[in-house]
Ligand binder design. Sequence first.
Ligand code: MG
Length: 158
Amino acid sequence: MTRIGHGYDVHKLVPDRKLILGGVEVPYDKGLLGHSDADVLTHAVMDALLGAAGLWDIGHAFPDSDPAYAGISSLVLLERVMGMLAGKGYAVGNVDATVIAQRPKLSPHIPEMREKLAAVMGVPADRVNVKATTEEGLGFTGTGEGIAAHSVAIIVDK
Ligand code: MG
């Protein structure tokens, strides 16, 4: 059976944090605030995968009240999500995602994000698409208060 899922996440941009997106450290004077590495792109992808599998969401899979997840790489969490999917007999078909950020410019880093996410998901990079857009200076992404990410995922029987 083929199933589809959707994920959405937002994190706040603050000084003195690394900016990690899709497992890639992007040079910038701010980073995303969160319990883990706050990789908003990987979080949206994980929620899309969990949603597709009917496995609720990352907040329930990895509670932010659990100190085990403090500062953890979201790619490690994605690996665990893949284990949860495998346990239900699912593999990734393809993933598409959009990061919404006014700054910094993300396009130079997108090929590496695709490679890193795809490697953890066990698929070729051409099955993991990542896009970046701005919201034309509007709203919280436009003012640089935060970064948002959306994702959809198709999963298939292993
Ligand atoms: Mg998150």
